[in-house]
Design a protein around this ligand. Sequence first.
Ligand code: ATP
Ligand code: MG
Ligand code: FE
Length: 327
Amino acid sequence: MLFLGIETSCDETSMAVLDTAEGVLSTHTASQADIHNLFGGVVPEVASRNHILKLEPLYEKCLADASIRPSDLDVIGVTNAPGLIGALFVGVGFAKGLGYGLKIPVMPVNHLSAHILAAELEHKELKPPYLALIISGGHTHIYDVDAALNFRLVAKTVDDAAGESFDKVAKMLDLGYPGGPAIEKLAKSGRGDAVPLPLAMKKEDNFSFSGLKTAVLNSLNKGIYTKEDLAASFQRTAAETLVLKTMRIARRLKRHNVVVSGGVACNGYIRETFRNSCKKGEHVYFPSFRLCTDNGDMIAYAASRFYSRRRFFSLEGTAYDTQPEIG
Ligand code: ATP
Ligand code: MG
Ligand code: FE
């Protein structure tokens, strides 16, 4: 079966064609990072307008690259939650119009479930049950995924998301947007133990990143630390928090496989800290860099994984900026 995946939840317009037998046939992403960089962060209305401009050309490219006609498509999967509401409306409207025209079902896909399932695309041996940590621009959530593909929220951030804290610390250090890659680069020339920073809510499952951000700001204002040391110490503390809580929950729930996904999972230091924390029999899976950030592949794949539930959009189907339940 051929699935078209459409992603417009934030500042990337992305689309992919997935053949359930052959894998991903084509994929294209139009990033708006350069545009939003001018404003120091994502401007929702600007994002919506750019999605409108990009969807049609991406659709033409995806079909051409996959050497298929529109009538070959069987199902459309589209991100309908969570994300920027205007941006989501653009993708959902496009998908519903296309599905109506082609007379094929359109499936709403939860963006977070897709970030998690992205890990299965490249690791064929990986199947639920597993514990999944999403560390992205808007979320820091841990889900327990059972063998029947039910998602249960086990922990989340009580304030900033992990990616948000990377972006905000990068802003303090004048590194531009998005901040994650810039922090990682700068941290390579710094010492992770140079600046004392707090590991928040150590005993609890939930995360908190806002205190860490403030601690970095206070340390910066002391004027005695280099930007390199601040970046490295911040990154190290963030990595230790993520690993400590995720692996502790995994062990408590007896999950031997752990998935770490979302844009922050591109971070090499965080990947290494997770790998080093694994005991015998434990495995941590990361999608490749491209599949960690927003992409159409994961939306098409999630649609294919949920297809048997037959939860298709009616013409009234819509988008939601938040929607904690997945499935
Ligand atoms: P969500 O999925 O929660 O709706 P999003 O889709 O905007 O949010 P992603 O695109 O998955 O989030 O990830 C973007 C985030 O990842 C940004 O905050 C960015 O700074 C962060 N990021 C990207 N690369 C790295 C890196 N190498 N190290 C740390 N953070 C990174
Ligand atoms: Mg993004
Ligand atoms: Fe995302």
